[in-house]
Design a protein around this ligand. Structure first.
Ligand SMILES: [Zn+2]
Length: 117
């Protein structure tokens, strides 16, 4: 009977390294790995994290540039986005978001935001 193979990934503890104790599920370039340390899946997860980070960085850079260039316009747009989101909530979604204490934006608040725009 073939011996059960262990994952060959080396882990780093406080003072020394040790081998992962999970059962190997796959082989990659002659080494065995568990699902967590599968190099192909790890690369896919890392690429997805990098992509998400790049998208968030680009959005926050764009936000910064808009806020710096036209702070009043930026604030007015954000208020309009908030108002749109609030008005687009169905009664059920509003209840799910805020519970039964939800109060929709008042007419005064809508007019105030319209004035900013
Ligand atoms: Zn492992």
């Amino acid at each position: 009977m073939e011996k059960i193979k262990k994952c060959e990934e080396m882990m780093f503890g406080n003072w020394r390294s040790y081998q992962c104790q999970n059962k190997a599920k796959m082989e990659h370039k002659g080494k065995h790995f568990c699902g967590t340390h599968d190099p192909v899946k790890r690369k896919e997860r890392q690429d997805a994290r990098d992509k998400k980070y790049d998208e968030e960085s680009a959005k926050s850079r764009k936000d910064y540039l808009l806020r710096s260039a036209a702070p009043d316009l930026y604030e007015a747009c954000n208020s309009a986005i908030w108002l749109y989101d609030e008005l687009a909530l169905s009664p059920l979604a509003a209840a799910a978001k805020c519970g039964d204490t939800y109060i929709p934006p008042s007419d005064e608040k809508c007019l105030e935001i319209r004035e900013e725009l």
